[in-house]
Ligand binder design. Structure first.
Ligand code: KOT
Length: 831
């Protein structure tokens, strides 16, 4: 008996193709009740993943055990979004088992790529903020930090986008329809999360006034864990996603009363908390369900953190020594009053002690300066849903306002600006202010962005607490965004300079010397061509459209938003069309412009941009005069997986936001790493990319932040720019007059009105002439392939700074106080 068990155990953790095959077969039979003859692809995929999980479990358990034994400081990254995408490739790369699994699939009659493509993206995020959280998990595990993600297991991730007659249609993303083999449900880890009720004062044994939160209703948060392996270091960290489940007692009582249907309906209502990810990007919509989601995440996570803490430590006053909690934007900032509540109401600490612990444990990241994105929860809503928290927030505010008076004297305007509670018709809680007051560090996500928050939205706070503000320029994980998504390039680099770059991205600088190595440069440019062809094959297969792989692949992929100015590239595409029509014999550098991105379902202007891009695309792609010269294409349902195919194929990376509006951007980093040349404004991390790659290796145009301010101050008139640039005027007239949509000529008036009568808030017209010039530079450079690829290689070679490993090391050192854990990552395992 015991021999069989141990034999089976050995087989399960074997790293060779044969034992992997045996496990896949065994999972088909014993986990899925099928066999290799009858299983379909989905079942085969599931068995493959279960076999990968078998190989993660020991490390997963050992890692947690080691953290416990060594009392390692734990880092908790709380985020409403984790845009982790597919996990199979990532797990195999990090376990160094890609080849073995490929071979195993092949031997069992399946193509690995086909199996990999079965996996639904875990699309539990809108864009940059959620993807950053995912890159951070990869880096924390790779650096050997005890870093844990905490989020929500939404039944529905970001909606699926379809394009119908040029319009965006949203469909639910039912990613869990067949379950996910990556998540392990932990029935033993479940907490009640309370809502409503009231705060009741009482006097404790020592005669102190205290409060109890009573008469609450609750729902349970059930833990679902997804393993997060580090890169070949034996570390497996955890992403814990909470699912809302109904309290058991409720259905029983109702059932006893014969109200079975009502009970079921109530269960539904409770479980709705984790039903769906809000699809709004940078627009605050104050819906109560969203507030419930935020508190659901915070409450369950804090309970979990404190339960773990108490198992290992006995004095909560040491919490900041062993625990750091990072709030990803303001969404989890109810952690401030909730931790205060727990420490005071449940643990019996006084205000001062609780406050000291809270501030030292928490920190908060700001991801945008856009005022419409800042969370402001109506006091009335909080009073109803979380009365005790509101009471604590008022007390925090009262004490804080006293400090403001001490610091600045009686400056009523300043007090009004800094108050956590904004008064007025509908008093509301300013979650950013709460975050700054209630945490020890606030960070921006790129140097320019951090400077901006200090000077603009948080200026008063910076003057009061300068030491709290710090910059942490974003980064991306080189595992997913080079090693996995661009294997040919990753292999070429490794064959030239070794593979240290995978965990020390700045080692790519060694490639600088290769610019004069003709053989190398030929391989480098061939890979780009190969990637373009691979993308073209995908587009042909899925859309029946043939991309011109000889053309510049000019790509803009990101959420559709006015400030990101997809409109500017669309205008450029139309202007190129007009130019070619007017000059049929003039030589042009062929271009294929590719867009992808989702618009928030309620964002009418962004949705109109999608329609416009599709209308312009139709005009261009159906005109034989454009053949071999110009194409324009909108790919639907932008996702992490699609990005992984598009980015390696890009020649040009469009990063053209109005200066001051993109906090950082991370797509810009992915493109540069994969050898695309950036055309961009001096915004977000573009500024730092320019510093790294050198002025000659990036095409910068347009207004700077100061230029934008100055232009607005001196009285910008978009009409002037419209009248001054013939090509621009022609395109705007065409958009306005129905040239691209003859059957509905006034369709795009909302767009042209906002540009002209609305005075073009995002300064598209102001920047357009400089942009068109910059595009000419692109053409000129691309016409000299040797020079082009030198510039491209300098991009690959010099963007090592933007590894999320660097970002995480900076957080570890300056915010989390766990720098001692860095570089203690275990030895590289395997070859
Ligand atoms: C959304 C809602 C409220 C506040 C902020 C956001 C937000 C910001 N969502 N995504 N972002 C992006 O975050 C990225 C990671 O820091 C940045 O690179 C990017 O510039 C932000 O737009």
């Amino acid at each position: 008996m015991s021999t069989t068990t141990s034999k089976k155990l050995n087989v399960k953790t074997g790293m060779d193709t044969e034992s992997i095959k045996a496990d896949i077969l065994s999972h088909l039979r014993y986990s899925l009740a099928t066999d290799i003859e009858t299983a379909n692809k989905k079942e085969f995929y599931k068995s493959v993943v279960l076999s990968v999980m078998d190989r993660l479990h020991d490390s997963w358990l050992n890692t947690q055990k080691e953290y416990r034994e060594k009392k390692t400081k734990k880092i908790y990254y709380i985020s409403m979004e984790f845009l982790i995408g597919r996990l199979l490739d990532n797990a195999l790369v990090n376990l160094n088992l890609e080849q073995e699994f490929r071979d195993a699939c092949k031997d069992l009659g399946y193509d690995y790529e086909e199996i990999r493509d079965i996996e639904n993206d875990a699309a539990l995020g809108n864009g940059g903020l959620g993807r950053l959280a995912a890159c951070f998990l990869d880096s924390m595990a790779t650096l050997g930090l005890a870093g844990f993600g905490y989020g929500i297991k939404y039944d529905y991730g970001i909606f699926k986008q379809k394009i119908h007659d040029g319009y965006q249609i949203e469909r639910p993303d039912d990613w869990l329809r067949f379950g996910t083999p990556w998540a392990t449900t932990r029935p033993s880890v479940m907490y009640p999360v309370r809502f409503y009720g009231r705060s009741v004062p009482y006097t404790d044994e020592d005669g102190h006034l205290r409060f109890k939160w009573e008469n609450t209703q609750h729902v349970y948060a059930l833990a679902n864990d997804i393993p997060m392996p580090g890169f070949r270091n034996g570390v497996v960290n955890n992403l814990r996603l909470w699912k809302a489940t109904s309290p058991k007692s409720l259905d029983l009582t109702s059932f006893n009363q014969g109200e079975y249907i009502n009970a079921v309906r109530d269960i539904e209502l409770h479980e709705n908390i984790s039903r769906v990810l809000y699809p709004n990007d940078k627009i605050f919509v104050g819906q109560e369900l969203r507030l419930k989601q935020e508190y659901f995440l915070v409450s369950s996570t804090l309970q979990d953190i404190l339960r773990e803490y108490k198992q290992q430590h006995d004095d909560l006053r040491d919490l900041p020594k062993y625990v750091a909690i990072q709030c990803n934007d303001t969404h989890p900032n109810l952690a401030v009053p909730d931790l205060m509540r727990i420490l005071m109401d449940e643990e019996g600490f006084d205000w001062e002690t609780s406050w000291d612990i809270t501030v030292k444990t928490l920190s908060y990241t700001n991801h945008t300066v856009l005022p419409e994105a800042l969370e402001k929860w109506p006091v009335s809503m909080l009073r109803n849903l979380l009365p005790r928290h509101l009471q604590i927030i008022y007390e925090i505010n009262k004490r804080f306002i006293n400090k403001v008076h001490e610091h600045f004297g009686d400056d009523v305007n300043r007090v009004r600006r800094m108050s956590i509670i904004s008064e007025g018709e509908q008093p509301s809680v300013q979650m950013a202010n709460l975050g700054i007051v209630g945490t020890h560090k606030v960070n921006g996500v790129a140097a320019l962005h951090t400077d901006l928050i200090k000077k603009t939205i948080f200026r008063d706070f910076f003057e009061m607490y300068p030491e709290r503000f710090t910059n942490k320029t974003n980064g991306i994980t080189p595992r997913r965004w080079l090693k996995q998504c661009n294997k040919p390039l990753a292999d070429l680099i490794t064959s030239e300079i070794g593979d240290s770059w995978i965990t020390h991205l700045s080692d790519l600088r060694k490639l600088d010397d290769k610019v004069n190595d003709k053989k190398f440069m030929k391989k480098y440019s061939d890979i780009k061509q190969q990637n373009k062809e691979r993308l073209a094959a995908y587009v042909k297969e899925n859309y029946g459209f043939e991309l011109n792989t000889k053309a510049i692949f000019d790509i803009q992929i990101k959420r559709i938003h006015e400030y990101k100015r997809q409109l500017m590239l669309a205008i450029y595409a139309a202007a190129q069309y007009n130019y070619i029509k007017a000059n049929p014999d003039a030589p042009v550098v062929p271009r294929t412009i590719i867009f992808a991105g989702k618009a928030a379902p309620g964002y009418a202007m962004a949705k109109m941009f999608i329609k416009l891009i599709n209308s312009i695309s139709d005009k261009i792609n159906n005109d034989p005069d454009m053949e071999g010269k110009l194409q324009c294409f909108f790919l639907d349902n932008y996702s992490v997986t699609l990005a992984e195919q598009l980015i390696p194929a890009a020649d040009v990376s469009e990063q053209i936001s109005t200066a001051g509006m993109e906090a950082s951007g991370t797509g810009n980093m992915k493109f540069a790493l994969n050898g695309a040349v950036t055309i961009g404004t001096l915004d977000g991390a573009n500024v730092e990319i320019k510093e790294e790659v050198g002025d000659e290796n990036i095409i910068i145009f347009g207004l700077t932040v100061e230029g934008v301010e100055e232009l607005r101050r001196s009285g910008y008139s978009s009409w002037e720019y419209y009248n001054a640039d013939k090509a621009l005027k022609q395109v705007i007239d065409q958009i306005r007059d129905g040239f691209f949509e003859p059957d509905h000529p006034s369709l795009f008036h909302t767009i042209t009105n906002s540009l002209l009568d609305g005075n073009d808030y995002f300064l598209v017209l102001a920047d357009y002439p400089a942009y068109a010039e910059a595009q000419k530079e692109v053409d000129a450079l691309y016409s000299k392939p040797d020079e082009w690829f030198k510039v491209a290689l300098y991009n690959t070679a010099r963007v090592g700074k933007f590894s999320s490993d660097r970002t995480i090391s900076d957080y570890a050192t300056d915010i989390w106080g766990c720098e001692d854990q860095l570089n203690k990552g275990r030895e590289y395992q395997g070859s």
